[in-house]
Design a protein around this ligand. Sequence first.
Ligand code: MEV
Length: 437
Amino acid sequence: MKEGFSKLTKKEKIDWVIKTFFKSDSKSFDILKKYWNDDNSIQTIHDEFAENTITNFYLPLGVAPNFIIDKINYTIPMAIEESSVVAAACNSAKFWSKRGGFKSTIINTIKTGQIHFKFNGSSKKINDLFNSIKNKLKDSCKEITKNMNERGGGIINIKLLDKTKSIKNYFQIAVEFDTVDSMGANFINSCLEQIALSFEKEFNESNIFNESEKLKIIMSILSNYTPECVVKVELKTKISNLKSKDISDPENFAKKFIEAVEIAEKDISRAVTHNKGIMNGIDAVVIATGNDFRAVEAAIHAYASKDGSYKSLTRAKIENDEFIYWIEIPISVGTVGGIINLHPMVKWCLSLLQQPNSKQLMSIIGAAGLAQNFSAIKSLITSGIQVGHMKMHLINILNSLGANECEKTKIIEYFKKNKVTFNSVKTALEKLRKNEL
Ligand code: MEV
């Protein structure tokens, strides 16, 4: 047990870790050091984002150009380590840029939080109290909501929910918020904690309850489930327009595509992988724009099960000779606040996106997810996924085998016409080194 670790200096923390787990090996220290930023001001920002920071952890930042979303041409930043994801996004974006692009609709932008409490008395009485103090509860947050109100947001609604059928004596005060361009987690939680305090005070000062009727606040917290903060992004084209280099028979392609989506709608084994592919695109943009990818992931997967079983997040159909394909997902993100105004790369990524507001960012993220799914299904129902995946992964295999730059160039050329597997690459590299390739 290491006591007081968080109180040590950064150097002391590193010394302890290297001594305890790496037998004071200087090479282990060097690796940590290599990832420090030379610019001290940038390093300090990163050190201060989290507790016990000892170095930085990089992800590659790729860009995917040619995304036409609501008639605006975006180049989308993507922070991701999986080799084929950015290439897949680029392919889809280019394909659909010639077919009308992505069209988005913001369905709603409401976020919620709850005060969970127990009350062992009359439902009617707690309802009466709540209704008589509802506006007072909202007003008690005035100091916290002042700036948000000025920006056009704030508390939209407060209601009392009787949950006693699910848990004995369990009630909720459910609060709806508009947080405009911020993700708003701190704002929501501060309002909820204030409302909980005010509610408790009003309860204690009220004379409608008898001695045995007790209130116990359990907790106050935002919900990351945001089924009312939803974007829909759609792609649509005449079936014949799908014809392209990889799609020789558009009608057959459209039908098979719809069958593949239907399987993901009905079968959980496929649905999870299908949605994982969508999250490849979504997470990459959420991370690059400094948003909370764990929150977005949690909300989206819960939304995928909203009808009682876990389903595909995308849908496709043919109507009047048109191929129509869309995604509908909850995305609670911000373009101000949090680390967004602090992280230099996040600021850069938002500049690349021409400083979108949070609704535009919802559309961009939705489009990135849909694009990713389109590329994946297109490959799966035509060439299979591995040709493209292994081509993209080739460079990782070469790096893991210690190939130098000249060897990499020659081997990449060789595998333009040969099948990539770990063994085929290893053999080719060995042959090259013996001048036999
Ligand atoms: C790989 O990261 C993602 C895919 O498996 C998605 C899918 O199968 O739809 C290719």
